[in-house]
Design a protein around this ligand. Structure first.
Ligand code: ADP
Ligand code: MG
Length: 545
């Protein structure tokens, strides 16, 4: 056929492939998990597409995954009758890596001392993991509704070959030509029945479509939806594998939340707090991670209606029993029952983080380091849960440069007679520590919270108090630290000076007043109670406002 082309992998893809070909990731078995995971996704997509597009003439009555082995040729093939790919899809999806942040990640990898294993765990390389066990990978696919198929093959070096073919079945088949050097290693005998059964059982048991080994009658997997099983009967390892399947993460989750709602609106939810923030957490159209099922049938990924944006890092599945199978995103947003579920999920996630804070300091710290910045956006988005958010918050403070503090801990350390919770915002801790605003507080031994995230500027404006104590910026308005007698005598002493200097500086400042907040610096500039802080002003200016 004349339309055969040899193409180069995109630069980032090539780098990742190099890592896989010369792999180092100790657990090679997971290549099969990745292929099955892709096949399962493709089957879900086909079912959705056939519901959406009534003209699409496909048979969805027997969606399944087959594993074929040729012991002579030492090949293993994973086949699905799912959505398939067009030729352009293959170039786009297999030849490049579209994940945002890939380039930056690869650059970081070069600079850092992290081992490749950590790196792969963080990133997950899906289809490319086949190159850990293969000398060559072939893929034959035909997109549902298309006449022509595509064949793709690569040895994992710089290039791949792609051609259009006539007689491909609908769906995708991936054939892995196993490395000869693994031939006699019992551990890597991917042509052996027992080995395949073991891997499927371990990593893919919950996959909702039958995984058949050609020649065997029974599917290899139980196909039981994990979220529908009683919590006491699910092993932690099963939860972890399920998490990896839905999140495409290679690292175990930090925490698992399995809940069930009964009564008027029945649902099951299986949610996970990942151990690491995804690279696009703070990028514009970052995805939300909760999938919606209706009575075991996959309905959609990234269901915005189920999770507020500030909890976009939460992964998982919600199975709602009473929804229509062809409900749209738009309708979901306004569905009362979905709103009720969402409210419960949010409360549960926040209370889980709170529990970690109380009972597992290490895990809590990870949650806060990875996701704290996103969680703080909740103050803007979710006023209903303001108290819960204040409860899980940790911030830097003058108390201990090495440790963050919760507001409750701050309150416990408040001095006798101290009424306010003092904070200061700014660009960095070092800038704040050199600012004259802190002097008197330091001298008098008052603790001050140090807020340096841009989002801090915004939430401290919204939150007026914690535990009945007002939040007070030390750089704004009147802060009174001196005794009334001191203030009285200073007033007399400077009676003539103040009007004079106020007049002299009339073009620059609104007012000059005596302050008890300084010890060594002679003067400092403060904002009015309701003024924007300099950082916020800068932020708005940068945004062009
Ligand atoms: P991920 O699954 O995390 O997206 P992969 O590297 O595993 O990354 O796969 C890349 C993409 O290739 C998938 O997102 C999917 O669009 C496509 N793909 C892979 N395998 C299949 C398959 N069996 N059927 C259809 N599309 C597939
Ligand atoms: Mg995948």
């Amino acid at each position: 056929v004349s339309n055969q082309e040899t193409l180069e992998f995109q630069a980032e893809a090539r780098q990742l492939l190099q890592l896989m070909v010369h792999s180092i990731y100790s657990n090679k078995d997971i290549f099969l998990r990745e292929l099955i995971s892709n096949a399962s996704d493709a089957l879900d997509k086909l079912r959705l597409e056939s519901m959406r597009d009534k003209d699409l003439d496909v048979d969805t009555s027997d969606l399944h995954i087959t594993i074929d082995v040729d012991t002579e040729a030492r090949t293993l093939t994973v086949r699905d009758n799912g959505i398939g790919m067009t030729r352009d899809d293959v170039v786009e999806l297999i030849g490049t890596i579209a994940k945002s942040g890939t380039a930056e990640l690869l650059r970081k990898l070069k600079e850092s001392k992290e081992t490749t294993q950590d790196f792969i765990g963080q990133f997950g390389v899906g289809f490319y993991s086949t190159f850990m066990v293969a000398t060559k990978v072939e893929l034959v696919t035909r997109r549902a509704g298309e006449a022509e198929g595509t064949r793709w093959a690569s040895e994992g070096e710089g290039t791949y070959v792609i051609e259009t073919i006539e007689d491909a079945p609908q769906g995708t088949a991936v054939t892995v030509h196993l490395k000869p050097e693994d031939k006699d290693d019992h551990l890597f005998d991917y042509t052996a029945d027992w080995k395949i059964r073991e891997i499927v059982k371990k990593y893919s048991d919950f996959i909702a479509h039958p995984i058949r080994l050609s020649g065997a009658d029974e599917p290899l997997n139980s196909m039981k939806a994990l979220w529908a099983r009683p919590r006491s009967e699910v092993e932690p390892a099963e939860y972890n594998e399920f998490y990896k399947h839905i999140s495409h993460d290679w690292t175990d989750p930090l925490e698992t939340i399995h809940m069930k709602g009964e009564g008027v609106f029945e649902y099951e939810a299986l949610l996970f707090i990942p151990a690491r923030a995804p690279f696009d957490l703070h990028m514009r159209d970052g995805k939300r991670g909760v999938q919606l099922y209706v009575k075991r049938v996959f309905i959609m990924d990234d269901c915005e209606a189920l999770m507020p944006s500030y909890l976009r890092f939460i992964k998982g599945v919600v199975d709602a029993h009473d929804l229509s199978l062809n409900i749209s995103r738009e309708i979901l947003q306004h569905d009362r029952q979905i709103q009720v579920v969402r409210r419960r999920l949010v409360k549960k996630v926040l209370s889980t983080i709170k529990d970690l804070q109380a009972n597992d300091a290490e895990k809590y710290k990870t949650v806060w380091t990875e996701f704290g910045r996103a969680i703080k956006e909740g103050f803007l988005e979710d006023s209903e849960n303001q108290d819960a958010l204040l409860g899980v918050l940790s911030v830097a403070s003058t108390n201990d440069p090495a440790e963050l503090t919760t507001l409750a801990q701050y309150v416990e350390r408040m001095k006798d007679g101290q009424k306010d919770i003092y904070y200061v915002t700014g660009e960095s801790r070092s800038m704040i520590e050199n600012s004259p605003h802190l002097e008197a507080f330091r001298a008098k031994g008052y603790e001050v919270l140090i807020l340096t995230d841009p989002v801090d500027e915004v939430w401290v404006e919204r939150v007026t108090e914690f535990d009945g104590k007002p939040l007070q910026s030390i750089a704004k308005g009147q802060v009174d630290l001196g005794s009334p007698e001191e203030a009285e005598s200073a007033k007399e002493e400077f009676a003539d000076f103040l009007p004079w200097i106020t007049a002299a500086l009339a073009d620059e400042v609104k007012e000059v007043r005596l302050s008890s907040r300084l010890t060594t610096s002679p003067a400092c500039v403060v904002g009015d109670e309701h003024d924007m802080t300099p950082t916020l002003e800068k932020m708005y200016r940068a945004m062009g406002q």
